[in-house]
Write a protein that binds this ligand. Structure first.
Ligand SMILES: [Zn+2]
Length: 365
């Protein structure tokens, strides 16, 4: 069922307008498009199956005219317009100069702008968004980029000046489902986005998954991080230039995480192993696996021989069951606590927004 359209950033239902992914003021910076139409494809896959093409639409106008109906007119003409004017000189310089520089203040503004574009584009396909309302709203009122976003920039050598590629999925590290649980109307908890704007390529990764090191989605190719904690932003002379295969690799970052090879282990002796205990032991002894993995080749992999040499402690079957149950209980408690912490973080954000932006009267401290 389609929900009535509401503004992504303020929740109003009135005056919903279309928002450009590539702002109109960028048109002079973009090479004239060869085609006068653009194609949008939506691929979808279950589990580890390769995604299938579900929908392909062709629309009039070059790709940089693409719009998403998701933002109200007051947001569009208000704070978003202010942000656009703030970012315009920064982005134009980044596109036009072969060796651009970026102050940390400029990097922060730019990362806000990229976050807005990423969030708007999340809503280009219904039911695939990731960012909870509280974080979208905080971007509007507190200019806060969600803490689980990571944003990178580089130049590129593609012929095209406008491209957008997004992968989004839902992962959970246990049988209990996503941790933290998905908020209302949100069905994804991890995404990777490549956005080409003129001669510049942005990469945005976002993971709302407890216990997952967000760095796993960082680009392996040379990109400069602008969020969080932009590093040595004064000098971008070393800004990498991405080639086609590198942009392809970046845009498929989630594959590294999700589409991994599956191995099944079959015990020789019957009733010697409790599967859950084996899983726990393998997970806990991951550091030893890593030793095997790096010893093989550049793209780490584990062979059958590696697995055969790997030793596991072996308590009795009953002990394995008891330990498995104890640890599972603790895991449940941890998941509950994490969900509470995430709920409190979102509540705190809402409260801060009310206090700082909607409070009827300011009170002296
Ligand atoms: Zn709005």
């Amino acid at each position: 069922m389609k929900r009535p359209k509401t503004c992504l950033f303020c929740g109003t239902r009135a005056n919903i307008s279309k928002e450009h992914i590539w702002p109109e003021w960028l048109a002079p910076q973009l090479e004239p498009a060869e085609a006068d139409s653009h194609i949008t494809e939506f691929h979808s896959g279950e589990g580890k199956q390769p995604p299938q093409l579900v929908r392909r639409t062709e629309k009039q106008g070059p790709v940089h005219t693409k719009k998403v109906r998701a933002v109200c007119a007051p947001c569009n003409n208000g704070w978003m317009s202010v942000l656009e004017s703030e970012v315009k000189p920064i982005l134009v310089a980044l596109i036009e100069q072969p060796k651009p520089t970026l102050t940390s203040a400029a990097a922060t503004s730019l990362s806000r702008w990229v976050a807005v574009k990423a969030i708007v584009a999340e809503h280009a396909v219904e039911g695939t968004a990731l960012t909870p309302y509280e974080d979208r709203s905080a971007l509007r009122t507190l200019r806060a980029v969600p803490p689980y976003f990571r944003i990178f920039v580089a130049k590129h050598s593609l012929a095209t000046q406008t491209a957008y590629y997004r992968q989004a999925t839902t992962v959970s590290t246990s049988m209990r489902g996503p941790d933290p649980p998905l908020p209302p109307h949100i069905r994804r908890n991890i995404q990777a986005i490549a956005l080409v704007v003129g001669s510049v390529c942005f990469y945005i990764s976002a993971a709302r998954v407890s216990g997952l090191a967000v760095e796993v989605l960082d680009p392996v190719h040379k990109m400069h991080r602008i969020w969080p904690d932009p590093t040595s932003t004064e000098d971008l002379t070393s800004l990498g230039v991405l080639r086609q295969p590198e942009i392809y690799a970046i845009s498929r970052s989630l594959d590294r995480l999700v589409r991994q090879a599956v191995t099944s282990l079959r015990p020789i002796e019957k009733d010697a192993w409790e599967p859950y205990f084996v899983l726990l032991a393998l997970q806990a002894l991951r550091h030893k696996w890593r030793h095997f993995a790096v010893s093989t080749r550049k793209d780490p992999n584990i062979t059958k021989a590696d697995i055969a040499r790997f030793l596991l402690p072996r308590p009795t079957l009953d002990e394995q069951k008891v330990w498995g149950m104890r640890i599972s209980k603790l895991d449940s408690l941890i998941a509950v606590e994490r969900a509470t912490v995430e709920k409190m973080r979102l509540q705190k954000l809402s409260l801060l927004q009310v206090l700082l932006t909607e409070s009827p009267r300011a009170v002296e401290l």
